[in-house]
Design a binder for this molecule. Structure first.
Ligand SMILES: [Zn+2]
Length: 344
């Protein structure tokens, strides 16, 4: 067991490490090939012969082997294990269909699940495409972005004992009760778990250190940026001993990072408002190219498409926020292009 405290490396990039003794909590690093990160941090919270797994990681044969070997190392039996998903992105829910037994509870956020169902409706991709094109993105490029799908589809959860949950609900493992916390932003219905006795907070992609979490654009969800700022503010005031987030090494400075993310977004909102004030009638596409991102956007097409998609989507989330706040006004011109002007 001592080795588990130090961490046991599994396969190529996998890890299983015990990070808490009351309750027993294990960090399971599930590797997968990706652009910005190369693994997902899953967690297993265990007490009294039961375990609750937080996120499963992405599907890959290697990831599956790491996940199952980690459960064996910690002595978790799948028949007494429940599963919780912070959100439905493939790098969090990808192994669900292979590891969650049909008779074991699988908890997922009601809001994200309902929004996800809309993705399967015919015409959804056209809504996304229309949004990109109306902001001035060339259609050929917009088609590439509209084709991106980072969510697991409805069929991925078929046959599972799925329980749709909401903020304020409670999950139980052994003698411990975990509180379901609203951490909307990265996805509109993103959820986290707080174990109040240890102060461990299982925060998914709400607050990451390796990257500023991307905020998801969804045609049926409004108030994305303000929801994110609100939930960051809530978390900043919580009594958390360790933020168990989903990507990158665990570091203690979670509150500094939370406050940094709030400042970062407020600064960018002010930056974008400045562009609109200085150039009334500016399009979304022109705003995208104006924002000072950490990647150099001057050679736009040299940036990987998936990263461009993130940049474009987040820019439109910022514009939506400024429009919703009444800081700027959006009008559609004769060509169907959205143009932004100061609200005077
Ligand atoms: Zn995610």
């Amino acid at each position: 067991m001592e080795n588990l405290h130090e961490g046991i490396h599994i396969g190529n990039g996998g890890l299983c490490q015990k990070i808490c003794d009351a309750p027993d909590v294990y960090h399971i690093r599930v590797p997968y090939p990706n652009i910005t990160t190369d693994s997902t941090n899953s967690y297993a919270i265990c007490d009294g012969g039961e375990c609750l797994v937080v996120d499963t990681g992405a599907f890959s044969e290697e990831g599956l082997a790491v996940f199952l070997e980690a459960l064996e190392l910690i002595g978790a039996n799948l028949e007494s294990t429940s599963f919780f998903l912070t959100h439905l992105h493939k790098d969090h829910a990808g192994l669900v269909d292979r590891v969650v037994p049909p008779n074991r509870p699988l908890y997922a956020g009601k809001r994200d699940f309902e929004l996800n169902e809309e993705r399967a409706v015919p015409g959804f991709k056209n809504l996304i495409l229309d949004r990109f094109v109306s902001e001035g993105i060339p259609e050929e490029e917009a088609r590439v972005y509209a084709a991106y799908e980072d969510h697991e589809g409805k069929e991925h959860f078929e046959g599972k004992d799925l329980h749709l949950i909401e903020p304020g609900d409670e999950l139980h493992v052994g003698a411990y009760t975990l509180q379901v916390v609203d951490t909307a932003g990265h996805t509109p219905g993103h959820l986290s778990l707080l174990e109040p006795k240890s102060g461990l907070f299982f925060g998914g992609d709400h607050i990451l250190f390796v990257v500023s979490p991307v905020l998801e654009l969804h045609p049926s969800a409004s108030g994305i940026m303000d929801s994110y700022l609100r939930t960051l503010g809530t978390v900043a005031n919580m009594d958390i001993s360790l933020l168990c987030h989903s990507h990158g090494p665990l570091v203690p400075e979670w509150r500094d990072r939370t406050l940094h993310l709030i400042r970062h977004h407020e600064k960018r909102l002010a930056e974008v408002k400045g562009y609109v004030d200085g150039r009334p009638g500016i399009t979304g596409e022109q705003i995208v190219k104006s924002i000072k991102f950490s990647v150099d956007t001057s050679n736009w097409m040299a940036i990987k498409p998936a990263l461009r998609w993130c940049i474009v989507s987040e820019s439109f989330v910022i514009l939506d926020c400024l429009v919703e706040r009444g800081d700027i006004v959006r009008r559609v011109d004769e060509q169907g292009l959205r143009r932004y002007t100061p609200n005077k």
